[in-house]
Every structure is written in C-alpha cells, then in structure tokens.
Design a protein around this ligand. Structure first.
Ligand SMILES: [Zn+2]
Length: 348
C-alpha cells in the first residue's frame, strides 16, 4: 500500500511517499482494519519528523488522526462492522495497567500514539484496537471524511483540558492562546459550551475575526497587544480564571501574568519550547493550579463523540490536500498559516 513515511529524522525533506507492506491480514481478537479516506495533521507529526527520544521502526508511517471505512474486524469485535464509516482515537492504551483499570487510559504505562509509537494514518490502511474506533455520527449536514479525520485528537485533548482538568464553570473567564490551532479552536468551543467567557489570541487579525464567529467573546492580537494587560483590563484587574496553554516558552510568562487568584493553567504542549520558570511565591500566594493534560480517556472520547452527534464540536477544517501533496500540508502546518485542521485525503 502507499504511505507517507520517514526513514530517518530531520526536516520535512525526509518525507517520502513509499510502497510499504499491507498491515497483517489476520486480525487479533479485538482489532479493526480500516481503509483510510482522510488523515489530519497535528503538531505531533512535525515533532515525529524532527525526532523524538524513542526508537522508530523504519520506514515509519506518519499521521495520528484518521477516518475511513471498516474493512475487517477480529472475532471479538461487536462495536463496528465491515462497511461502517469510522474515525479513530489515536491514543492506544494497553487496558491492563493500574491506570487503565482506573479508567485513565491516557495515563497508561504503555500509552502510545498512532504515527509516533505505531504506524500512522497517512496510509491506505491501518489496524487499530476496537476501543479506538468510533462510528462517524450521522448529521443533517453529513460530516466529510476530512472533518471526521480532523475531530479526534484535538477535540479529545481540549475536552480533557477544559472540562476534566480545569473544570471550567459558567461565567468564568478562559484565555486561549493561538486560536488558529486545532486544540485552541476546540478549547474555545468547549469553554463556550461550559458557559465561560472566552478570550482568544492570535497574531492574525483574520483568524481573530473567525474566532469571534466561532464564539470568542474577546479577541487579542498577541503580536500588537500585551495580552496580560488586556486580560487584566477586561476582567476588572482580576485576571483569567483559566489559561489554556499549548505554546510553552513564548507565552508562559504572559500566561502567568494573565492568571487571576485561584487561577488554573492547563498545558497540553510546548510548540515553542519546553523550558519555563515561575516564582514559587506567586504560585502559593495566588493559590494557582498548574496542570498538565494529555489526550483523554475512553469515557471522555465517548462524550465528545456524543456531543458531535448532537451537532456540537464540529471540527474546523483549514484545507484538504491530495495524498500526493502531503509535504505541502506539512509545510503549511510548520508555517502556522492554518485556521483549523490541515487534512490529507487518502484514496483507498
Ligand atoms: Zn494501561
């Protein structure tokens, strides 16, 4: 089958379209084989290409997010059938460790991501555990393959950040950085669903205008405005109750300056660098909570799929690239030009 792979880490010039062996014909009891129709890109894919501190099995197939048609199921799978249109939760748990038994699958001791620890979705087919497969909900305006592929990773990540970790409540003020990115857009809409007032930032006025259409109450251009000053001014000097962070070094200080008393900061990423610092005295005096968050558990995934079926949380697709033009999709992601998800279509 055709796939986008790397055979060594480095720059985007490492991307290679290759013929790779088909995934195993014989499925394990709880596995599902899917003919992919679309794969969505995430920052994770850029990190994978640059190199992460674990071994890849080359040629390594890229891509975490995907959607397609079920081709075959193992003997113990009853949740989906061949022919079902499905999307994939890219976080794979072992369902046997203490964290899994407690229902916290993204804390799994053997947690792995498609396209990072395992073969990914930028291919014509993939085999995944049945627990990671959800039937695409039927909506009055049907979800496209691109939308279905764009849904899982960022919506699950944002849900856990906003709802499970930060426990955003009605009337609270939530600051969301970099509103063009998929996690930030999902966080904006989930925070609005929770009844919060959302302040979104971007360096692009066009993206900010779109964010207002998607429900952002206030938007700030973080290139031309001092975010913490604006947040203080907008909240009667109180500061934000919650800050949603996935930027890291470039925004960290401003995130903390924006955070009010009793505030919660949740981070799911560090796209500009991982090393940050803070003054412990401000941490305890203002009684901040600083939290990490990664992906989500199966109950959270079921909940976001339920909301999608109810007409909420439809993902924003920036652009769809033909399979042959995947490198252009990666370049667009690397330049940060997107508003929403960048998707690559797959011809099965
Ligand atoms: Zn586990």
């Amino acid at each position: 089958m055709r796939a986008w792979v790397i055979r060594a880490t480095g720059g985007l010039d490492r991307l290679e379209s290759a013929d790779v062996p088909d995934p195993e014909a014989s499925l394990e009891a709880r596995q599902v084989r899917i003919a992919l129709r679309a794969a969505a890109l995430n920052h994770l894919d850029l990190f994978v290409v640059r190199g992460l501190p674990h071994e890849y099995r080359y040629p390594h197939i890229l891509g975490a997010d995907g959607a397609g048609v079920v081709e075959a199921v193992g003997p113990d799978v009853s949740s989906v059938r061949p022919g079902d249109r499905v999307m994939i939760n890219p976080g794979i748990a072992d369902y046997s460790c203490a964290y899994c038994r407690a229902g916290e699958h993204s804390l799994c001791l053997n947690y792995g991501m498609l396209g990072e620890h395992r073969p990914g979705t930028l291919a014509q087919a993939i085999i995944v555990p049945a627990q990671n497969v959800a039937v695409i909900p039927e909506l009055p305006k049907p979800l496209t393959w691109a939308e279905a592929a764009a849904f899982s990773l960022v919506t699950l990540t944002a849900w856990r950040m906003v709802v499970t970790r930060a426990r955003v409540r009605p009337g609270e003020t939530v600051l969301v950085w970099g509103i063009g990115g998929g996690v930030s857009l999902a966080a904006l809409r989930i925070a609005k669903l929770q009844g919060a007032k959302v302040i979104g930032t971007s360096s692009s006025d066009a993206k900010l205008e779109h964010a207002r259409k998607l429900g952002a109450d206030i938007t700030l251009n973080h290139r031309t405005q001092k975010v913490s000053q604006e947040v203080r001014a907008l909240t009667n000097k109180r500061g934000a109750d919650v800050v949603i962070e996935n930027v890291g070094e470039a925004t960290w200080d401003e995130s903390l300056r924006s955070l009010g008393r009793g505030g919660r900061l949740v981070s799911c990423g560090a796209t500009t660098g991982p090393k940050v610092g803070f003054d412990m005295r401000r941490l305890f005096w203002y009684q901040w909570s600083i939290m990490g968050s990664t992906m989500g558990n199966d109950a959270e995934y079921r909940e976001i799929v339920r909301l999608l079926a109810a007409g909420e949380l439809r993902p924003v697709v920036d652009r769809v690239f033909p399979f042959a033009e995947a490198p252009a999709a990666f370049e667009r992601l690397e330049r940060g030009e997107q508003l929403g998800k960048i998707v690559v279509s797959v011809d099965s």
